[in-house]
Design a protein. Structure first.
Length: 325
């Protein structure tokens, strides 16, 4: 359809809507405007991004574009849901593969990644920084630098964020783990340090989303269990899933909240305890509120939040869950 035909089509439906309902006409105009001005954001990662081991993996797949056609929703779909609920237009895509780092995407998926210019890109690498040298940030630093260079060939001003992932219980509590005999705190700090070094070494990156620190914060506050191999108290949540490696719905939800706040600068608490996705994933209002508070407090430590952003956002009624209308 050419531009002239598109405008005629909009005019036709707008006139019909004006005759029937002014409210729907306004929503129509907002939809057209937001669609035309949506920022294009790409998530590049592995199972920690596509949310293996949880219902989040196939959550709202129709709201995002999976460039690999695996039918994934994952953390990108949660981000899209949060953004929609506060009225922020994003065109969200993802390029993910299991058990790999950023170096793999560079080698095998450059054509997929560069099929368009992206306004923002979120990078998440292997959970131990390096599969063969756990805790060593060298590969991550080199891969981030090379990926940034690749992305900037399409858009020199692309905003790039990194995601520092959570501590793996299997790496800390099992004898085969690289952090066995140490602590969750130690692994979390090592992972964060690796991403911080990558941020420092590559010019003009935006920020590191401190997902691991947020997990640790939830554990230290007693909201989440610290050792999933032990019995879990009734009032606690388990951020890990069945393999003590990947995340549960709660863990991915917290990850998405931290990424959302890092990218937008908006306090995750602005979503409110009736936030739609948490409800759809089976969380209580108390759990939703608690995880939003953890994300807020962790982001506040690193000045990740824009203090001039809207403190309280009113979500469009049409975007809320049916049960909360």
């Amino acid at each position: 359809m050419n531009t002239y035909s598109f405008l005629n089509c909009c005019n036709y439906y707008l006139n019909r809507l004006l005759k029937r309902n002014l409210k729907f006409a306004i929503f129509f105009l907002l939809f057209v405007f937001n669609s035309a001005n949506a920022e294009r954001i790409l998530f590049i990662g592995n199972s920690f991004t596509f949310a293996y081991g949880s219902a989040v993996q196939f959550y709202r797949t129709d709201t995002v574009t999976d460039l690999n056609h695996h039918g994934i929703g994952g953390v990108p779909a949660l981000f899209k849901s949060f953004a929609t609920q506060v009225g922020l237009p994003y065109d969200v895509a993802l390029e993910t593969e299991p058990a790999i780092g950023i170096d793999w995407h560079l080698k095998h998926k450059p054509d997929v990644i560069l099929q368009q210019a992206w306004d923002r890109v979120v990078l998440q690498s292997y959970s131990t920084l390096d599969m063969y040298h756990p805790g060593d940030p060298t590969l991550l630093m080199n891969s981030v630098a090379e990926m940034a260079q690749l992305l900037r060939t399409k858009n020199p001003n692309v905003q790039i964020d990194l995601v520092a992932t959570w501590p793996r219980a299997d790496q800390v509590y099992e004898a085969k783990g690289a952090w066995y005999g140490r602590t969750l705190d130690a692994m979390t700090q090592d992972i964060q340090d690796g991403y911080d070094k990558a941020l420092k070494e590559t010019p003009k990156l935006h920020a590191v989303a401190p997902v691991g620190f947020a997990w640790l914060h939830a554990i230290q506050d007693g909201i989440a269990v610290s050792n999933p191999y032990l019995p879990i108290a009734p009032d606690q949540i388990n951020l890990w899933t069945f393999d003590h490696y990947h995340a549960s719905n709660y863990g991915y939800y917290l990850e998405a909240l931290v990424i959302f706040g890092t990218i937008t600068g908006i306090n995750p608490q602005a979503l409110g305890d009736t936030e739609c996705s948490g409800y759809e994933l089976g969380m209580s209002r108390y759990q939703i509120k608690s995880l939003q508070k953890i994300a807020y407090e962790e982001l506040l430590k690193d000045n990740k939040l824009n203090q001039h952003a809207i403190a309280e956002l009113h979500r469009p009624t049409s975007m809320r869950c049916d049960a909360h209308n």
